[in-house]
Design a protein around this ligand. Structure first.
Ligand code: MN
Length: 270
């Protein structure tokens, strides 16, 4: 059907997809949810052994605030790591992905993608060392269908409830994550393009001792796939059907970037 065919005689043109999206949002038929954690001085940071160097937490220094330096201007200089707060891990972040894209090279087409949510909040609530296994994903597939081609698998652990308390969020290095065999399978054998989590990094808190160490980083980046961390509000998303818009800064040569993560999905029927 051409555009002219879709037009009622003498009437306005049929709305295009961008207009349909905007109308859906305006009418409430579509929901839009911000999955990003607020970024501030208390945003939790991963902690590494001292000899490995430390990522910088978020800090800021005012340039002027309607004062002598800038009577009409408020702005700040920022200092932070590429991996501070809700952020995107590019393949180049890990040795296994060093031949693949830095964060500025990730195709924008891949930043708009479907997302599915696997709810293991109860399991992770009972056991902070909980690990996602292949059987959990296969159970999900049996109920909800195949993992989306080029999509995100979002692990809903409920861990974001600790997001205001850095000590509880890091929990002495014991946080939920993914079993190495499951990480390898997801990265190498499934159609998803990345893994999103509520915790400080895509790997479990204890993953430095796994074989291989940090398996989500090793296998996903080694497969030219991505990571998303410190997501919130996953409980509001449907198991499938959400569209994710992920917006890391195109830092040239960068290993990742703080990012905004926005989900759009159809409001469930009442
Ligand atoms: Mn990271």
């Amino acid at each position: 059907m051409t555009e002219a065919d879709a037009r009622a005689p003498g009437g306005p043109p049929a709305p295009g997809l961008p207009d349909q999206l905007l109308q859906g949002l305006a009418s409430g038929r579509l929901r839009i949810v911000d999955l990003t954690a607020p970024l501030h001085e208390q945003t939790p940071m991963i902690r590494l052994p001292a000899e490995r160097g430390q990522p910088w937490p978020f800090s800021r220094e005012p340039i002027s605030r309607y004062d002598a330096k800038g009577p009409q201007v408020y702005w700040n200089n920022l200092r932070l790591c590429e991996h501070t707060g809700t952020h995107f891990d590019a393949p180049i972040h890990w040795l296994s992905g060093r031949a693949f894209d830095d964060v500025s090279q990730v195709p924008v087409r891949r930043l708009v993608a479907p997302a599915v949510v696997i709810d293991l909040e109860r399991e992770a609530g009972e056991d902070p060392a909980f690990l996602l296994e292949r059987r959990h994903v296969e159970d999900w597939i049996a109920r909800h269908g195949a993992l989306p081609e080029g999509g995100w698998l979002l692990l809903r652990s409920g861990w974001s409830r600790h997001g205001q308390d850095p000590e509880a969020f890091l929990n002495g290095g014991v946080t939920p994550g993914v079993h190495p065999l499951c990480a390898q399978w997801l990265a190498e054998q499934t159609a998803i393009q990345g893994l999103g989590v509520e915790t400080v990094g895509t790997d479990a808190g204890q993953a430095g001792g796994f074989e291989p160490a940090y398996p989500c980083h090793w296998f996903f980046h080694g497969a030219n796939k991505y990571g998303l961390t410190q997501l919130r509000h996953l409980a509001e998303l449907p198991a499938r059907g959400a569209l994710l818009i992920v917006a890391p800064l195109p830092i040239v040569g960068g290993s990742g970037s703080p990012c905004r993560v926005i989900a759009i999905f159809e409001k469930e029927a009442p």
